[in-house]
Design a protein around this ligand. Structure first.
Ligand code: M6R
Length: 630
């Protein structure tokens, strides 16, 4: 999705804009640009492709920009119009220059109007049109602030805008009307704005998440907030973030994705600490500070709604909630669910899961549920995200910032959150559960195992450097499978959603065709595709489904597939069927926890295959980290 940065203050603005845009690269983009004041005029430098192209345009001139102290920058992910330099932001209309994130739904109508008034848009974007509205208002005598307010009233759709005018040098105005915008005062004097908090962290951890319908005025003196609708000043409190800027760097790993895979034990530990009241080890209550506890306790049926990897986490959640809490659960793709006419019973609870908290489809479902009076909970990794503001209550995962576009540690943290819910609801024995519950002892053991998981996973992952460690083994296997025609990931039970996630990871970062399948379903069609060039990755840990999975494996073995097995040591029968073999750790934990070991295996496999295919692992083509359009 598009990324916005704006700065006005005492520091060199060009450096700040470029560094800020780099922090936003993970959101996905296909063109970029910056605009800044030199004396009283605004210069624009923009290009299709990567940010480096803009840096090249500026290169060699950097010292000449040292005195620039006000500007805006943008990374664009094309929606209206191709990813060309002309369509790249910032856009100029006369003395007005702006960047925009989101969609102007009534842009056709606005375009007709401004053309009829003699204006000539130069790009194919909806964004540029807003500039003409502002220009027209200012030419009638309005201040920039007033012109932005009046022009915004004309727009339909969710977006945020950051804007400057040569008539008001060294002023940056930002509006949030749906799409997120975050602002902070620069302690050295000034204001910084961005689409998310990451570009701000180099200056401060105290940031303000603008509310929907806020307008912020940034000057060298700092920032002031107003209501977009009325123009009245409004007070906005800042939130203190616990994300340090060091946490955002790669710390020696070649890619963020790899770093984030290795951060999973910490992400799990922090999420356990965040969800549970760790002072109590006898009954494993949810932390009292978590505001959704009462909503969870009251639920008699649960609908989990999400997209992509979050939907895979939800699918695992269904298995766990049904097993441990005996609560009826449905799992829904947000993009489908929002356009259905679903039936929910009294005492239903809707849980929206989204690492970014900004996924448009998931948010639409939450809004609709709230309209209908259905209680909603959000699970997200991002404080201040729209999901956390709009759901009735939010549980935050504590995975820390995830920069790689592929969800890794946030996925594991979501899984853990849902497993904690399952154990917690199992302990609430108030007589309504659908069928008999597992014993209290086994729930206690489940929690004890959960608490051990970060350490066990850390041991399993090792430090990634040894040739005989997990990463080394996977690297060697990947090299042998790199030219395969395609991949099937198969599993049953808890391994099925992990198989789906394995196929998604491989597609998104290695651009290799892959499908995730329930092992029992292969013979209903896809088995026709199996031949000697097709790899079947079978997830077959020793659990209640293992024997059935091994039978399904025989079916593909007989048809010549190349088989990569992931299972437990001493499973000689399974090992005998496999051409390649990855061993899960020999640890005694409840089988509900096995997906926490299987998942890093499929993540590392996709990572290694992506390296061999030479793709842009952290920023795969065509993808965005937070998908704020439907
Ligand atoms: O931010 P969300 O969790 O709502 O995002 C949902 C999907 O867009 C996301 O999981 C996507 O599938 C990832 N790129 C997967 O790695």
């Amino acid at each position: 999705m598009c990324g916005i940065v704006g700065y006005v203050g005492k520091r060199p603005a060009v450096e700040i804009l470029l560094a800020g845009l780099k922090r936003l690269e993970y959101r996905g983009y296909d063109s970029a640009g910056v605009a800044f004041f030199r004396e009283e005029k605004i210069e624009i430098h923009k290009s299709e492709g990567k940010l480096e192209n803009v840096e090249k345009l500026l290169n060699g001139r950097a010292p000449a920009y040292q005195d620039v102290c006000c500007g805006i920058g943008h990374t664009r992910w094309a929606t209206h119009g191709k990813p060309t330099t002309q369509n790249a932001h910032p856009h100029r209309t006369g003395h007005v220059v702006l960047v925009h994130n989101g969609i102007i739904e009534n842009y056709q109508e606005i375009k007709r109007e401004i053309i009829s008034k003699g204006y000539r848009p130069e790009s194919e974007t909806d964004s540029e049109l807003f500039g003409f509205l502002v220009l027209e208002q200012m030419d009638r005598g309005a201040s920039l602030m007033e012109a932005v307010r009046q022009s915004f009233a004309r727009l339909q759709g969710a977006c945020s805008v950051v804007i400057m005018s040569e008539r008001e040098p060294n002023v940056v105005i930002g509006v949030r009307n749906g799409s997120p915008l975050v602002a902070a005062a620069d302690p050295a004097g000034g204001t910084i704005l961005a689409s998310d908090a990451q570009p701000l962290l180099q200056f401060t951890r105290d940031v303000v998440f603008l509310e929907h319908g806020d307008i912020v005025l940034g000057t060298e003196k700092g920032l002031r907030f107003f209501e977009l609708e009325t123009g009245k000043p409004v007070a906005r409190a800042s939130s203190r973030l616990d994300w340090s800027v060091e946490k955002l760097d790669k710390q020696g790993f070649p890619h963020y994705m790899l770093k984030e895979i290795y951060e999973q034990p910490t992400a799990l530990m922090d999420t356990l600490n965040g969800f549970l009241d760790r002072a109590r080890t006898d009954s494993f209550p949810l932390a009292a500070s978590q505001p959704g506890v009462a909503l969870l306790e009251k639920a008699r049926e649960i609908t989990l709604v999400a997209c992509g990897s979050s939907w895979h986490a939800a699918s695992l959640g269904k298995y766990w909630l049904e097993k441990w809490a005996r609560v009826p659960v449905t799992v829904e793709l947000a993009s489908e669910y929002r356009y259905r006419d679903p039936v929910l019973g009294a005492n239903a609870l809707l849980i929206g899961i989204s690492q970014s908290g900004e996924t448009a489809d998931t948010l639409a479902v939450i809004r609709e549920a709230r309209k209908q009076g259905i209680p909603t909970i959000g699970i997200t990794n991002v404080r201040g995200s729209t999901l956390s503001r709009e759901a009735d209550a939010t549980f935050f995962t504590f995975a820390g910032p995830e920069i790689g576009v592929a969800a890794t540690k946030t996925f594991l943290a979501q899984m853990l959150g849902l497993l904690i819910f399952s154990g917690f609801l199992s302990l609430k024995r108030d007589g309504w559960h659908a069928g008999s519950l597992v014993s209290l002892d086994s729930v206690s053991r489940l929690f004890e195992d959960m608490i051990r998981i970060p350490h066990l996973l850390s041991d399993f992952l090792g430090n990634g450097s040894s040739a005989t460690g997990l990463a080394g083994v996977i690297r060697k296997i990947a090299a042998e499978l790199a030219s395969a025609k395609g991949f099937f990931f198969i599993g049953r039970g808890y391994s099925f959603p992990v198989a789906l996630e394995g196929a998604l990871k491989l597609k998104e970062i290695a651009y290799v065709h892959a499908e995730g399948y329930a092992a029992g379903e292969l013979k209903h069609g896809p088995i026709a595709m199996i031949d000697r060039e097709m790899v079947v990755v079978v997830l077959a840990p020793r659990d209640q489904w293992r024997d059935k999975t091994v039978s399904n494996l025989q079916e593909v073995k007989a048809r010549g597939a190349i088989i990569l097995g992931i299972g437990n040591a001493s499973d000689e029968e399974l090992i005998g069927l496999c051409d390649h073999w990855i061993e899960l750790p020999s640890v005694k934990v409840d089988e509900s926890l096995v997906p926490f070991f299987l998942t890093p295996v499929i993540q590392l496999l996709s990572y290694e295959l992506a390296l061999l295919h030479g793709t842009d692992v952290d920023k795969p083509r065509n993808l965005a980290k937070s998908v704020t359009v439907e």
